[in-house]
Every structure is written in structure tokens, then in C-alpha cells.
Design a protein around this ligand. Structure first.
Ligand SMILES: Cc1cc2nc3c(=O)[nH]c(=O)nc-3n(C[C@H](O)[C@H](O)[C@H](O)COP(=O)(O)O)c2cc1C
Length: 333
């Protein structure tokens, strides 16, 4: 079976389906929500600034909150100062995370000045960083990187070999350049080249929207695991669909009742956990979760114009009651 499992030293990832780190999305509530839906073998925090961690910044500490239910869990850090990144990695280990990951992919202007994909242009500094983090922690250390800064500066294979040499234990590749941002297509040939170049596990990422896409990614690249980002925000069942597809050759599309259950569950978790700014999160997710819902535009409008979290829940209930009886929900989490 495809992507059945992957081991990164002592950490078993089963199945080898990974939720990509996404700032503003993959917080503890969303991660638990994904875990409960099933089919996801590893989750990662949003990226956290090593500078913020060294300063014991409140926001960084909040990003690093997780629960036992989320294991195995990886924490992702970013920065450009080897000593500060090493200190941040030590903190990650002390907090009990199973893995620590270094971000070498963020394309945002303010991040590339101090890490993220900016480090792909300074490989001597990157090597010092990799060695400093490796020396600082015992837990498995992984990196997630783009293919390079631009089409003229593709460094993926070089970075992969250097990382392996420095003791990095797995690589996740999002094969777009920094200049590409999120435009165009992910170039899977680069994942294939990275896989050929190293012995450590390679995780393929980029533009996987459906289970057949994930199968194609594996066939084209030979990657050991699949990582999914944006598709998980609009279709949080994607991981379970992968497992179902690889076992049976089929997967089920969610129905209105499933979507009701999904929206209701996530929103209720935000309210129960007293997440600061819960209503903002509800509005943010409304635009993703309502894709595929019959008359979804109206549901989005209802959520966007609500003033309180409880009002959002009432409106979601009323909307779906007018569409499909909620007691027919077939996917419960
Ligand atoms: C809103 C958003 C936030 C992201 N935040 C991070 C991040 O914190 N760390 C990271 O390594 N990648 C981040 N990414 C990139 C994703 O992890 C992933 O590499 C990219 O979206 C490609 O995968 P996909 O096509 O499955 O979405 C982010 C992407 C999006 C859309």
C-alpha cells in the first residue's frame, strides 16, 4: 500500500501522510481537528521565530502549545542566527516535541531577510545553522525547503546532500522557487532528483489536491511520504480519503451532512477552547470549509456578517437545517 508508514529514527509516521505547516491555520485546534478526522500520521506547528523564542516572546510560546493527542508532532522554527536557532531547537526538545524542523521555504519579504527561503542563497551560513541545530538536540531534525531562490538558482539537490551530511534525518521538498511564490505548478522533477541524491527519507509536497494526485506524486518522484497544505484547509478529510483510496482504490466525497458536522465541530472546538479571536478564525475558515456546500455563498455571507461566535453557530445550524437534516450526518469525529 502506498505511503503506509515512514520512520524518522524512533518516530513512526503511520500512515506517511503529513499535514504541512501553515501559519495562521495549523494551530493546536486545527491540528487536533485533523487528527480526529483520521488518516494523518504527522502534524506540524506553524513556523515559530527562533528570535521570539530566545526572547521568550508570548506569541512564540502560544504557537508552541500542543496536547498529547497531537503526537507525533513536529515543531518548525525559522531564523538565521545559528546560536539562536540552536537555542530554539533545545527549547523545542525540552517542550517534548517529537521532531524539530527548520523552515527554508517561507517566501515572505520580512522573513527572507532573516531566514526562510532567504537561506537558500547563503549555503555556507545554512551549513553552520544545520550543524549548530544538529549539535544542540537529540530528537530527529528535519528541514523543509523550496527548490531555490529563482529558476537560475536551483539548489535543492545541493541543499539535500549538505543536510544529509550534517545529520538531518528527513527532507520535505516544496518544489517551487522563492520568486515563484505560490504561482505556477510545483516542479516534481526536483523532488525526484532530491530523492535520487540522498538516502534519508524525502517527503513530497506541492499541489496535491486529491488521492490520485498523491499516487501520481509518488509514481513521479519515488518520495517516501506526502505532505498536504492548502487542500487540507478546504477538504480536511483529504488524509482519510488517501488512506481509503490506497486501501480500496476508491474514496468517498463528503456530503452536505458531513460538511455540516465538520463546520459545527471545528467551530464548537474554537468556542470550547476559548481561542482568542475565535470569530475571526470562523470567518477565515468559512471561505474554505464552505466549498462544495450547496448554496455555499449564502452560508459564507451568514458567517461573515455574524457578530459573535455563538451567533455563527446558530446561523450554521439554521443554514444546514434548511438544507439537510443534521441527524443524517455520517462522519462523526
Ligand atoms: C497560508 C499558508 C501558510 C503557510 N505557512 C507555512 C509555514 O509556517 N511553514 C512552512 O514551512 N510552510 C508554510 N506554508 C507552505 C506550505 O507548508 C506548503 O509547503 C505549500 O502550501 C505547498 O503545499 P500545498 O500545495 O499542499 O499547499 C504555508 C502555506 C500557506 C498557504
Amino acid at each position: 500500500m502506498l505511503f503506509q508508514s515512514l520512520r524518522i529514527r524512533n518516530v513512526a509516521i503511520q500512515p506517511a501522510h503529513i499535514l504541512a505547516p501553515m501559519a495562521g491555520i495549523t494551530d493546536t485546534v486545527f491540528r487536533r481537528f485533523i487528527k480526529r478526522l483520521g488518516g494523518c500520521g504527522l502534524i506540524m506547528t506553524e513556523f515559530v521565530s527562533s528570535e521570539g523564542m530566545v526572547r521568550q516572546n508570548f506569541r512564540s510560546q502560544r504557537y508552541l502549545y500542543y496536547t498529547e493527542e497531537e503526537r507525533p508532532i513536529s515543531a518548525q522554527i525559522f531564523g538565521a542566527d545559528p546560536a539562536h536557532l540552536a537555542e530554539a531547537a533545545r527549547q523545542i526538545e525540552d517542550l517534548g516535541f517529537d521532531l524539530v524542523d527548520l523552515n527554508l521555504g517561507c517566501p515572505a519579504k520580512k522573513v527572507v531577510k532573516c531566514g526562510g527561503s532567504g537561506l537558500l542563497r547563503d549555503l555556507p551560513l545554512l551549513e553552520r545553522i544545520l550543524r549548530a541545530i544538529r549539535a544542540a538536540v537529540k530528537i530527529p531534525f528535519t528541514i523543509k525547503f523550496r527548490s531555490g531562490w529563482s529558476d537560475e538558482e536551483i539548489v535543492a539537490v545541493q541543499v539535500a546532500r549538505m543536510a544529509e551530511d550534517c545529520g538531518v534525518e528527513a527532507l520535505a521538498v516544496h518544489p517551487r522557487t522563492r520568486l515563484q511564490g505560490y504561482s505556477g505548478r510545483a516542479n516534481r522533477e526536483i523532488i525526484r532528483q532530491v530523492k535520487q541524491a540522498v538516502r534519508i527519507p524525502v517527503v513530497g509536497n506541492g499541489d496535491v489536491l486529491t488521492p490520485p494526485d498523491a499516487a501520481a506524486l509518488q509514481a513521479q518522484t519515488g518520495c517516501d511520504a506526502v505532505m498536504i497544505g492548502r487542500a487540507a484547509a478546504s477538504n480536511p478529510w483529504i488524509f482519510r480519503q488517501l488512506a481509503e483510496f490506497f486501501q480500496t482504490g476508491f474514496y468517498r466525497e463528503p456530503e452536505d451532512a458531513d460538511r455540516y458536522d465538520l463546520i459545527r465541530t471545528y467551530y464548537s472546538m474554537l468556542v470550547a477552547e476559548e481561542v482568542p479571536g475565535a470569530i475571526g478564525k470562523m470567518k477565515q475558515f468559512a471561505s474554505w470549509f464552505t466549498h462544495g456546500v450547496r448554496n455555499g455563498t449564502e452560508l459564507r455571507r451568514q458567517v461573515q456578517t455574524a457578530r459573535e461566535a455563538s451567533e455563527v453557530l446558530e446561523r450554521v445550524d439554521a443554514f444546514f437545517a434548511s438544507l439537510t437534516p443534521p441527524q443524517e450526518a455520517t462522519i462523526a469525529i
